[in-house]
Design a protein around this ligand. Structure first.
Ligand SMILES: [Zn+2]
Length: 351
């Protein structure tokens, strides 16, 4: 591999930082559209890591994670190349929408084609200009609209490199997920690029714990790729993440007003009441009951629910009790300090 790194028509030399705008089809209002890309190159060549966010245009935690990542002073000691794309689905973000204006899901449109739908063209550009020039990737997501996720990594854990990086990221829960057809992760894996998918928080909301854990997670991955030197802070004993054996959603048994009685990270047993659904006119109350035990890794956040809607995502682990303990210490570790909330805060340090 030579040392050259070219994105669009721009060559980015070692020891430099560039902001590149790749042309995309304009809006029908004649407004030009571009895909914004930050490229940071270290003094030596090495791994080439892309970090992408907002492939689903309403999933915003990742965009904030990248903004904070790019301010890390540790990047002065970078080896290799960091390619950060804070907003992939620029069309969706404008409308606060998961989708593209043609109503397609970009993360079902990979690897795309330059003659296909708008979604396929964006996917094709991303593959040609970002993925094919990188050696590793992290794609940042949140739960869907009105649903939040406990910070979790999804990866093909049968691939040794993806497995190693998934564990290095440092969230308590890993999910060995099957690759969905048309996803960025599927297309990157086809090209032999190990990829992690980080899922945390809720669409259209910033969640501080998810954002902090995401920034730290990427730094940990970069250290484990030797793109950054090891931490000088005293090494905290690395938490061994838990791999979910399987997971499934508990659905609403009735329509009505939904109240949760447990939240993300809660350990539940089969038969536990997870929430209640009340009839708007004061009629019957229905119990949402866990059909199996495990840990809540995703849940609905909106109280307006129709029968059959997904309410709680429960993952099964070998040892749910230990998972609950780890999740609690993880949340404490990343929680913002309430006392400092109204003061101007510095970027949280990475330790
Ligand atoms: Zn998503």
């Amino acid at each position: 591999m030579d040392n050259n790194f070219v994105i669009g028509s721009e060559e980015v030399p070692l020891r430099s930082r560039r902001f590149i705008e790749l042309p995309l089809p304009p809006l029908y209002t004649h407004t030009p559209m571009t895909l914004p890309v930050h490229v940071i190159r270290g003094s030596k060549d090495g791994p080439r890591l892309f970090v992408s966010a907002a492939i689903h245009g309403d999933e915003l935690n990742g965009t904030e994670i990248i903004r904070r990542l790019l301010k890390q002073t540790a990047l002065k000691r970078l080896r290799g190349t960091l390619v950060a794309v804070p907003i992939v689905n620029v069309y969706g973000v404008i409308h606060h929408s998961r989708y593209l204006p043609d109503r397609r899901d970009l993360n079902r449109s990979f690897p795309g084609s330059d003659k296909g739908s708008l979604a396929a063209r964006v996917a094709h550009l991303f593959m040609a200009e970002i993925v094919s020039k990188c050696s590793h990737g992290v794609d940042l997501h949140t739960g869907a609209i009105h649903r939040s996720n406990l910070p979790q990594i999804r990866a093909n854990l049968d691939d040794p490199e993806a497995n190693r990086l998934a564990k290095a990221f440092g969230v308590p829960v890993l999910i060995n997920s099957n690759i969905r057809d048309g996803s960025l992760r599927g297309a990157a894996t086809e090209q032999g690029i190990p990829m992690l998918l980080y899922e945390a928080g809720e669409a259209l909301r910033f969640d501080e714990v998810s954002i902090r854990a995401g920034v730290k997670g990427i730094i940990h991955v970069m250290r484990s790729l030797e793109m950054l030197p090891p931490s000088r802070a005293r090494q905290r004993k690395q938490r061994e993440p838990f791999i979910a054996r399987s997971s499934a959603w508990v659905r609403a048994p009735a329509s009505g007003l939904f109240r949760k009685v447990c939240g993300l990270g809660t350990r539940v047993k089969r038969g536990d009441i997870l929430g209640l659904i009340d009839d708007v006119l004061g009629g019957e109350e229905s119990e949402v009951v866990a059909a199996f035990g495990g840990t809540v890794i995703g849940c609905a956040e909106i109280p307006l629910i129709h029968e059959g809607e997904a309410l709680f995502h429960i993952a099964r682990f070998e040892d749910s009790k230990e998972v609950a303990g780890q999740v609690e210490s993880f949340q404490d570790e990343h929680a913002p300090d309430d006392l400092d909330l109204d003061q101007e805060q510095e970027e949280p340090p990475i330790v």
